[in-house]
Design a protein around this ligand. Structure first.
Ligand code: 4NP
Length: 154
């Protein structure tokens, strides 16, 4: 079975939004897939997503209030088939952390969106509500593309 781990810096803004959007899309398509998210750091471990992230997800019909932040760990590179970074810093960090026997495929989230390959999902943490809407639009587009891709590959 396919399994996807989304990784950002704090695991309270972008990656929980990616997780929520992808869970919703997978459910809509009836895809069986394991989904989780994690952060490069442990500063917010155990915390729910940022209130602004919860709010933007809710505005789009997705409840992420039950998610809790955790730090990425070596085992994730064996447990998940896909580990997907939200930006280049996260991807570089994952490449450093990956153990020698890692089996997960690493990629950048927007690599999965036509015309956006190689681009980052900007950190909305220091921004305003509008920034979170941009984040949502990006993770939702990626969630749709990923889910479609997985459903084709079975
Ligand atoms: P995220 O946003 O990586 O999208 O979850 C951030 C959240 C918290 C911090 C940085 C980024 N922080 O420095 O605490």
């Amino acid at each position: 079975m396919k399994s996807v781990l989304f990784v950002c810096l704090g695991n309270i803004c972008r990656s929980p939004l990616a997780e929520g959007a992808f869970r919703a899309e997978a459910a809509r398509l009836g895809l069986e897939v394991v989904v989780d998210s994690a952060g490069a750091g442990d500063w917010h471990a155990g915390e729910p997503p940022d209130a602004r992230a919860q709010a933007v997800a809710r505005r789009h019909g997705v409840d992420i209030s039950g998610l809790r932040a955790r730090q990425v760990r070596a085992d994730d590179f064996r447990r998940f088939t896909h580990v997907i970074a939200l930006d280049h810093g996260n991807l570089a960090n994952l490449r450093k952390l990956a153990p020698a026997d890692a089996t997960a495929e690493l990629s950048l989230l927007l690599d999965h969106v036509e015309g956006r390959a190689g681009q980052a999902v900007a950190d909305p943490w220091f921004g305003d509500e509008a920034g979170f809407e941009v984040t949502w639009a990006e993770v939702a587009a990626a969630a749709r593309a990923l889910a479609k891709h997985f459903s084709r590959r079975g």
